[in-house]
Write a protein that binds this ligand. Structure first.
Ligand SMILES: [Zn+2]
Length: 127
């Protein structure tokens, strides 16, 4: 059985930023004032995947985000407390623009993740 979201995902294939066997990444419909706001969603209806799967999906999403938000020093990876997607595991990532949503972020479990480390010891060694 396909839920609304499954059908919506199929219709929005052209918007996919990333896709593998388990998850897709695409921009959220509502940017909420951010320049960039994207989400990773499980392709299957899996609300609570195994920890192994979830860890892997989060790592993949974080790796993707590091490239996607590369003009920012950090981005926010959020739990989906306020989201309205009942049947699929998902995580949201956004930049720190947009005052209204930043206020909401304070009430949403999230963490700031570095997009890159500025100091690279290898670079120094090659000089
Ligand atoms: Zn579904």
């Amino acid at each position: 059985m396909k839920c609304k979201l499954c059908k919506a995902l199929e219709k929005e294939k052209d918007k996919y930023l990333y896709e593998d066997d388990d998850i897709v990444v695409l921009p959220t419909k509502n940017l909420k004032g951010h320049n960039k706001r994207i989400m990773a969603i499980s392709k299957e209806h899996v609300k609570n995947p195994s920890h192994l799967d979830e860890d892997e999906w989060i790592l993949i999403f974080i790796q993707f985000c590091k490239g996607y938000f590369d003009e920012e020093p950090t981005f926010a990876l959020c739990e989906s407390t306020y989201a309205t997607i009942p049947n699929h595991w998902h995580k949201i990532a956004c930049d720190w623009k947009g005052n209204e949503d930043i206020k909401q972020l304070h009430f949403t479990p999230h963490r700031a993740i570095n997009t890159y480390v500025r100091w690279n010891p290898d670079e120094d060694r090659n000089k």
